[in-house]
Write a protein that binds this ligand. Structure first.
Ligand code: NAD
Ligand code: TDX
Length: 341
């Protein structure tokens, strides 16, 4: 079996490429990634020289690249992860989110249709459902009410993928996962950002009152769910993926400070994210019942291991945070810290 992973040099993509090489060693994994600020070949340095991991630098939107790639490598299935993935960036500059996530996904689908790819797994997100009140959880039939330009672009691409199933008969499976954590996550997202700031004794910017809730899932559990969706998912179906680990942001930040031995005085409550979703929670009954998937990691233990990994890999995050990210960090957080809530 030959699979194409798009965005395989990003956080989840690199963990997925490694997971597939380990769990399905006979497969060839072709990794198409543009290497934006979020994509790093260093995330896969341990696979250097592996003949069954083929890296191709390129844009999912470039059909003149993608179609020959699909045919040359006789791609059977695509796991589509490439995207602009950060909500705050989508507020600062929405356009690339529409270009990559919506148009890029449609072009990729079209290339796959032309090349008769047998299965297309669309990696979507729980953010398509919008925000929850204090109780309840998203099911696959919850209304789609995205709040941010990021989540609106993901909702659009998720629906375009389903439209390719309904209209053209393509074999498409959509997954909607909750917040991931683990190694190789770019330090713009909550957990690695807080670790890196704490290690530098910099302020930890908590948006609003810090009581927003996310449902956390270890990235390897997500990878396992994606493999199940690829191998056993039913065409045209949507599968929610979630870990049942709802936590308030402020509790995670305090836990991280405890793990790295830094004082809570580093916490700074800052102006809230515009349109900030209050709470996410996933009902994973469908994927449990149909695909037999359950997460293997428990949050507190896996969070401690994750934090340890960032503490032990300063070279990794120093490198990925250099250049463009540093300029972004300066513009975004200087403003926020001044306008503290
Ligand atoms: P990431 O930002 O770490 O990685 C995205 C990757 O896509 C990068 O390697 C980047 O270089 C690549 N990329 C961007 N534009 C591209 C283009 N035009 N062509 C080719 N490659 C391109 O993102 P992530 O957190 O690993 O998320 C991966 C996917 O999973 C995304 O689709 C995201 O929406 C979805 N998702 C993420 C989470 C989460 O918690 N991180 C949760 C649910 C779903
Ligand atoms: O500095 C911060 N301070 C803060 O309070 C950052 C970066 C985040 N937050 C809050 C905002 C959210 O409530 O922490 C929570 C998590 O924020 P992010 O890590 O930016 O993730 P989120 O916005 O929830 O989106 C993530 O989960 C769903 C991923 O980035 C998406 O790609 C995925 O689809």
């Amino acid at each position: 079996m030959n699979v194409l992973v798009t965005g395989g040099c990003g956080f989840i993509g690199s963990n997925l490429v490694r997971y597939l090489r380990r769990e399905r060693p006979e497969w060839t994994v072709v990794n198409l990634d543009l290497l934006t600020y979020a994509g790093n070949l260093e995330n896969l340095s341990d696979l250097e020289g592996d003949p069954r991991h083929v890296f191709v630098r390129g844009d999912i939107s470039d059909r003149s690249l993608v179609e020959p790639l699909l045919s040359t490598h006789a791609i059977d299935a695509v796991l589509h992860l490439a995207a602009e993935s950060h909500v705050d960036r989508s507020i600062l500059g929405p356009e690339v989110f529409i270009t990559t996530n919506v148009l890029g996904t449609q072009r990729l689908l079209e290339a796959c249709r032309a090349q008769r790819v047998k299965r297309f797994v669309m990696v979507s997100t729980d953010e398509v459902y919008g925000s929850l009140g204090p109780t309840g959880a998203f099911t696959e039939s919850s209304p789609l009410q995205p709040s941010s330009p990021y989540s609106a672009s993901k909702t659009s691409s998720d629906l375009v993928a389903l439209a390719y199933h309904h209209t053209f008969g393509m074999d498409v499976v959509v997954t909607r996962c909750s917040n991931n954590y683990g190694r190789y996550q770019f330090p713009e997202k909550l957990i690695p950002l807080m670790v890196v700031n704490a290690l530098h004794d910099k302020p930890l910017p908590v948006y609003g009152d810090g009581a927003n809730v996310r449902d956390w899932l270890h990235v390897e559990d997500h990878c396992q769910a994606l493999l199940r969706a690829l191998e056993q998912g039913r065409a045209g179906e949507v599968y929610n993926i979630g870990g049942g680990a709802e936590r308030r942001n402020i509790d995670i930040v305090k836990a991280i400070l405890g793990l790295v031995g830094k004082p809570e005085s580093l916490i700074q409550y800052v102006k809230d994210r515009p349109g900030h979703d209050r709470r996410y929670a996933i009902d994973p009954s469908k994927i449990r019942a149909e695909l037999g998937w359950t997460p293997a990691h428990t949050f507190e233990q896996a969070l401690a291991e994750t934090v340890r990994w960032y503490v032990d890999h300063p070279t990794w995050w120093t490198r990925v945070m250099s250049g463009e990210y540093l300029r972004y960090f300066e513009t975004q957080y200087r403003g926020r810290l001044q306008g503290r809530a």
